[in-house]
Design a protein around this ligand. Sequence first.
Ligand SMILES: C[S@@+](CC[C@H](N)C(=O)[O-])C[C@H]1O[C@@H](n2cnc3c(N)ncnc32)[C@H](O)[C@@H]1O
Length: 288
Amino acid sequence: MNENPVATVEEIITLSSGCVLEPWFAAALRHPFSKQTLTKNECHTLDGILDFRLELRDAQVWKSGQAAYEAWADEQIRLSTIELFQREVSGVRPVYDTFPIKGACRDVGGLDGRVRTFMAPEQRYACVDPYLSAISDINLQPNLTAVYPELTRPVNFVCGVAEHLPIADRVFDTVHMRSVIDHMYEPERALSESGRVLKPDGQIIVGVSVEGGERGILSMKERAREMLRFVLVTIGFEKYRDHHVWHPTWPALKQMIENAGFTCVEHIGRMPASSMCVHSRVARQHMR
Ligand SMILES: C[S@@+](CC[C@H](N)C(=O)[O-])C[C@H]1O[C@@H](n2cnc3c(N)ncnc32)[C@H](O)[C@@H]1O
């Protein structure tokens, strides 16, 4: 008798009691390392959420950054006003008018899934994020749900990291990575994992703040600011610590995307001399 039988779609859905998984998504779940069909023993849950985070060696910078981010986000969501959330929506809407989220979307580091605001209700959506409680207590956040009413709808959510996606190959038409690549401890691996779960003609939408403008050269002002931050943290002003794992420049980001077999087809975002947020539509090199 097999002592570790494969988990059926129905069993996976039942186990994930903290959110309502749709059958197509439960069927696409795989072991984050082996990418094999899940066995019952491999379906761990924490607070009713399937937890595919792995014990990461050598990821201390990421772990402490992630802990700080989660503490900050908990407070931020609680304290933000309706106006702030509305400003967030109107700030990013032009991105999705220019790069619509087509087809089934995998949101990597998608937090509570607020990008669904820019998708049709019938589009397939799934979020993988290491932040276990990202979707719990959503109904206790009236300001957030007033602006993002779709957050109260059931969502496909599992806990995991972009570097080891617990998903089968070629499931999604869009992989969405907004404000997340600078949180990753292995962004190259995350990009190649995104490529694996993407259909051949799929797109990746990458949005991130880049340093040093078009050429990636930091201005004197940026260097001075970083120096000041370093001094303040050294003398004990913890609130100035930067919890991102790294900060890309535009040339470094483009190179990393190309090394993963993709190319930046188009991007939006002015490139002044200083830091700025760029959103790029990325496709496989032979599909441009
Ligand atoms: C600044 S938030 C962005 C959230 C969302 N993408 C958005 O734009 O609203 C960064 C997100 O990345 C997640 N994250 C951090 N490290 C990650 C990793 N290695 N893989 C996937 N997500 C990660 C965090 O938990 C957090 O939800």
